[in-house]
Design a protein around this ligand. Structure first.
Ligand code: GLU
Length: 507
């Protein structure tokens, strides 16, 4: 038995940024294609000319590439022609093809011209709603005589093209939900081509063009968000009208916020571009998106590389229950991948967040590069995403001594009798010292100061920490001192240990 090569597509509309819902759809299609050794197509659904924008398309392609979701057919690299034998892959370039198919349906009597005006339809809709609660089209133009049609056309009346739906249930199989059935009347006679003023052939609607494209591009599995579930019976009716094989469908559940409302901007970042801006790694996002509605067979593995996902992914394990977007889990995964990432990659990604403190990476001296790499290595393990690093490391660059002394917690530490003795002892040693203070020297000093002041533990270390960092907790002195002392000699305006201590003695 030969099984048909699988072909799937991701069909975004370039009307906004790629958000997590669509990115998950793209990922599941990609994983399914790669797992089954099939083809993954990218088709741009830009028939909504008013809302489609070239910049959104460019961003979309960039986001896809960034996530590592390459396509076998679709638009090419920037400036390159598209790839694949089933193009064009932009719907705006396929209008003649749709018109041809419309002619065919009209000629075969599978579709008809509807001359009803918007006003007439509105009156009809209101009447129907009042009488029996249903708002379906009455089918008034279904059986117009050829002479009536000719007359209307001769008078230049505008018309929409509607599909003639037979009165029988519309059924399809959904790989996530099982068998699905819609009564014919819930679909009525759907419009395929909108009535338009000025042009005889109007604009074909989404349900129509998507079906023509999926059929002509020989798509075997339609994997998409469940907001399209109610569109599917109309699409099935179109396949049937053309005598085309109906593909398999897989409708993915809605993504919700923690409050179980549909995920939206008010829950936080939702676009891939924003997550990227914030310093999330693509492997973390891909891993997280994969888990939004799919789970490993063992029910517990949570970290997957794209290769591991490709091996493990099947549609059978996709759940129909809504997925809750959990920012904490995404953060956890991002921290996981930040730890695994090559240090120089993390450094390169982080540089841009320090544009107001450091020269650009390629303009920085080797010494600054080394120092910054050290800074990132020390602090990256403590952030969820890289954009948090400037705030996390701000005290290394400098802090307001006055404000640090006044903060309630710090004031309490500094008010302890031994605090000034400790700081005075430290100041004496730094003043007498030449060159940078290295951790080994510092350690010796702290032991001496302990003996001289009688302070130990918190009383010994907290005043020193406050003087050096503005807070009583933070990384080990071993890690901290090279950053402070190293930074001070680089001409970045960073105060040395000595300057820091001076601000806290005798005040
Ligand atoms: N352009 C549609 C969307 O972005 C595609 C839906 C489909 O996959 O059929 O929602």
């Amino acid at each position: 038995m030969t099984t048909k090569r699988t072909r799937v597509r991701f069909a975004p509309s370039p009307t906004g940024l790629l958000h997590v819902g669509n990115a998950r759809t793209a990922l599941y299609n990609w994983l399914f294609a790669r797992h089954t050794g099939g083809d993954f197509l990218l088709r741009i659904e830009d028939t909504d000319l008013e809302r489609s924008e070239v910049r959104y398309e460019a961003q979309l392609l960039e986001d896809m590439r960034w996530l590592g979701l390459d396509w076998d057919e679709g638009p090419g690299q920037p400036g390159e022609p598209e790839v694949g034998n089933f193009g064009p892959y932009r719907q705006s370039e396929r209008l003649a093809l749709y018109a041809e198919h419309t002619e065919r349906l009209l000629a075969e009597g599978k579709a008809y011209r509807c001359f009803c005006t918007t006003e007439e339809l509105e009156i009809e809709r209101k009447q129907a709603a009042a009488e029996h609660g249903s708002q379906v089209y009455s089918g008034r133009c279904r059986n117009l005589l050829p002479t009536e049609i000719e007359k209307n056309l001769a008078e230049g009346k505008h018309f929409a093209v509607r599909l003639r739906i037979e009165d029988r249930p519309l059924r399809f199989h959904d790989l996530v939900r099982g068998p699905v059935e819609f009564a014919a009347e819930t679909v009525s006679d759907p419009v395929l081509v909108r009535s338009a003023s000025g042009v005889s052939a109007g604009i074909p609607v989404y349900n129509y063009v998507v079906t023509v494209d999926d059929a002509l591009m020989e798509i075997t599995h339609v994997i998409r968000g469940d907001d399209h579930l109610s569109n599917t019976p109309k699409q099935v009716a179109i396949y049937e009208a053309f005598d085309w094989a109906v593909p398999e469908f897989a409708h993915l559940s809605t993504i919700l916020g923690a409050d179980r409302e549909r995920l939206s901007k008010r829950h936080g970042a939702t676009s891939i571009a924003t997550f990227r801006e914030m310093g999330y790694l693509p492997e973390a996002l891909v891993n997280y998106l994969a888990l939004l509605g799919w789970g490993a067979e063992d029910g517990k593995t949570e970290t997957f590389t794209l290769e591991e996902l490709t091996r493990a992914f099947t549609l059978e394990r996709v759940t129909p229950s809504p997925a809750i977007f959990d920012f904490e889990k995404l953060n956890w995964l991002n921290r996981h991948y930040l730890k695994l990432a090559a240090p120089e990659r993390v450094v390169a990604l982080t540089w841009r967040y320090f544009a107001d403190r450091l020269p650009a990476q390629d303009a920085a001296t080797g010494a600054i590069q080394d120092w910054f790499a050290r800074l990132v290595a020390v602090f990256a393990p403590y952030v969820d995403c890289l954009e948090q690093l400037p705030a996390k490391t701000a005290f290394v660059f400098g802090f307001d001594a006055e404000a640090a002394r006044m903060s309630e917690e710090n004031a309490e530490v500094l008010a302890v009798d031994s605090a000034q003795t400790v700081l005075g002892e430290l100041a004496g040693r730094v003043r007498a010292h030449t060159g940078v203070v290295i951790p080994e020297t510092f350690k010796v000093w702290m032991n001496e100061i302990k003996a001289a002041s009688g302070a130990k533990g918190k009383d010994l270390f907290h005043p020193v920490r406050i003087a050096l960092t503005g807070a009583h907790s933070g990384p080990d002195f071993d890690k901290l001192l090279p950053l402070i002392e190293g930074g001070a000699v680089l001409g970045l305006g960073i105060a040395s240990v000595r300057e820091r201590v001076e601000r806290f003695v005798g005040v």
